[in-house]
Design a protein around this ligand. Structure first.
Ligand SMILES: C=C(CC[C@@H](C)[C@H]1CC[C@H]2C3=CC[C@H]4[C@H](C)[C@@H](O)CC[C@]4(C)[C@H]3CC[C@]12C)C(C)C
Ligand SMILES: C[S@@+](CC[C@H](N)C(=O)[O-])C[C@H]1O[C@@H](n2cnc3c(N)ncnc32)[C@H](O)[C@@H]1O
Length: 363
C-alpha cells in the first residue's frame, strides 16, 4: 500500500512537471519548448556575459557613440532572445492589431498578408524580407501571394531556425534565407520586384542607410512597404514619464533610439522614393495591439518560474533568467507606450522607386 502511494505521488508529480514544462511552457505554434531554451549561437557558459555586454551597450540608447557596433549588438540581442520569443510568442516577431473573434495567430497572418497585398506582386515575383527573423511572415507571405521570398537577417541562429521551419512547412523552394547586414546587402542593384520590412528597420542607427540599400536593390517602378516603430504625435520629450517609457522600450528591444513618425517619409523621399501611402495601422478603428501583451502577464510569471528552475537545474543557460527578466520589464513599457498612445510599432509607409531617377529630392 505504501509503495502504491509513493508510486502514485511520483507519477502525479512527474505528470505535473511534464505538463508545466512541455505543455504549458510551449510556444503558441509548438515550435519551441522551455527545455530547449538556449542563447542562440552563443555557447551556454557565455550567455550571461553576453547579456551583460548587451545591457551596458544599450543602457542609454540615445547616447550610443559607436553606432557602427550596433549591428553586432543587435546580433547578440537576437542570440539571447530568439528562443524565448519563439517559445512565448511564436514564429512571427511582431505585433498586430487584435481582431475580435480571431486568434492571435489569425490576426498576425492578416497583418502580414496586408504587407504583400500592398506590394501588388504577381505569383513567381522575387521579393525581399528585410530583417526576416525566423521567417513567420515570410512563410505566410509566400503561401498567400505565390511570390518567391528572400529573407535577410543579421543573426545566423535565426537563419538556421528559419531554414528548418521553411523545410517543415514545405516552403523551402519558395523561401530562401541569407545571413547578412541590411545596411550592406549582398544583392545586385534592381533585383527585386518588391521589398517589405516588418518591425525590423527600427534597429538601424540611421534609417537613411537601410532605406537607400532597399532603394538600390528594388527594380524601378516597384514598391517597398515597411511597418515602423516610432513615437507618435502624442509623445513629448519634455514629459519625464514619456521619456522613461520610450527609453525602456529602446533598452529592452535593442533600438539605437526610436524615431519620430515625422522622420519616416522625410527619409524615404531623401533616398529617392515616392511616398504612396503613410498611416498608423494602430489607430482606430483598429483594436489595440498591446492587449495580447497585457493578457500574457500571468503566463510571464509562470515562464519566469520555469526559466529559473531550468537554469538552476543546469538545463537552460544561467543568463536566460536575466534575459527573461529584461523582456518581462520591456513588455510593461511596451504596454504603457501603447496605452498612452505615444508609441506605435506599426507606422506603415508604402513607397515606390520611380521609373527614372528624377524622383530624387532632398527635403
Ligand atoms: C519587433 C520587435 C519584437 C516585438 C515583439 C515580438 C517582442 C517585444 C517584447 C517581447 C516579449 C516580451 C515579454 C516576454 C515574456 C516575459 C516571456 O515569458 C515570453 C515572451 C515574451 C512575451 C516576449 C515575446 C516577444 C515580444 C512580444 C523588436 C525587438 C524590435
Ligand atoms: C523584431 S525582428 C522582426 C522579424 C520579422 N520581420 C518578423 O516580423 O518576424 C527584427 C529582425 O531584424 C533583423 N535585423 C536587425 N538589424 C539587422 C541588420 N542590420 N541587418 C539584417 N537584419 C537585421 C533581426 O535580425 C531580426 O531578424
Amino acid at each position: 500500500m505504501e509503495f502504491f502511494t509513493i508510486f502514485c505521488t511520483a507519477a502525479l508529480l512527474a505528470g505535473g512537471l511534464y505538463w508545466f514544462v512541455c505543455v504549458l511552457g510551449s510556444a503558441e505554434r509548438k515550435g519551441k519548448y522551455a527545455v530547449q531554451l538556449s542563447g542562440g549561437s552563443i555557447a551556454k557558459e557565455n550567455v550571461q556575459d553576453n547579456y551583460k555586454q548587451y545591457w551596458s551597450f544599450f543602457r542609454r540608447p540615445k547616447e550610443i557613440e559607436t553606432v557602427e557596433n550596433v549591428p553586432a549588438f543587435v546580433d547578440t540581442f537576437y542570440n539571447l532572445v530568439t528562443d524565448i520569443y519563439e517559445w512565448g510568442w511564436g514564429q512571427s516577431f511582431h505585433f498586430s492589431p487584435s481582431i475580435p473573434g480571431k486568434s492571435h495567430r489569425e490576426a498576425t497572418r492578416i497583418h502580414e498578408e496586408m504587407a504583400v497585398d500592398l506590394l501588388n506582386v504577381k505569383p513567381g515575383a522575387r521579393i525581399l524580407d528585410a530583417g526576416c527573423g525566423v521567417g513567420g511572415p515570410m512563410r505566410a507571405i509566400a503561401a498567400h501571394s505565390g511570390a518567391n521570398v528572400v529573407g535577410i537577417t543579421i543573426n545566423e541562429y535565426q537563419v538556421n531556425r528559419a531554414r528548418t521551419h521553411n523545410k517543415k512547412a514545405g516552403l523551402d523552394k519558395q523561401c530562401e534565407v541569407v545571413c547578412g547586414n541590411f545596411l550592406q546587402m549582398p544583392f545586385t542593384d534592381n533585383s527585386f520586384d518588391g521589398v517589405y520590412s516588418i518591425e525590423a528597420t527600427c534597429h538601424a542607427p540611421k534609417l537613411e542607410e537601410v532605406y537607400s540599400e532597399i532603394y538600390r536593390v528594388l527594380k524601378p517602378g516597384s514598391l517597398y512597404v515597411s511597418y515602423e516603430w516610432v513615437t507618435t504625435e502624442l509623445y513629448s520629450g519634455e514629459d519625464p514619464e514619456h521619456v522613461e517609457v520610450i527609453q525602456g522600450i529602446e533598452r529592452g528591444d535593442a533600438l539605437p533610439g526610436l524615431r519620430s513618425y515625422k522622420d519616416i517619409a522625410k527619409v524615404a523621399k531623401k533616398v529617392g522614393f515616392e511616398v504612396v501611402k503613410e498611416t498608423d495601422l494602430a489607430k482606430p478603428p483598429s483594436n489595440p495591439w498591446w492587449t495580447r501583451l497585457k493578457m500574457g502577464r500571468i503566463a510571464y510569471w509562470r515562464n519566469h518560474i520555469l526559466v529559473t528552475v531550468l537554469a538552476w537545474l543546469g538545463i537552460a543557460p544561467k543568463g536566460v533568467v536575466d534575459v527573461h527578466e529584461m523582456l518581462f520589464v520591456t513588455a510593461d513599457y511596451l504596454t504603457r507606450g501603447g496605452e498612452s498612445g505615444i508609441f506605435t510599432p506599426m507606422h506603415m509607409i508604402l513607397c515606390r522607386k520611380p521609373e527614372s531617377k528624377s524622383g530624387l529630392n532632398s527635403d
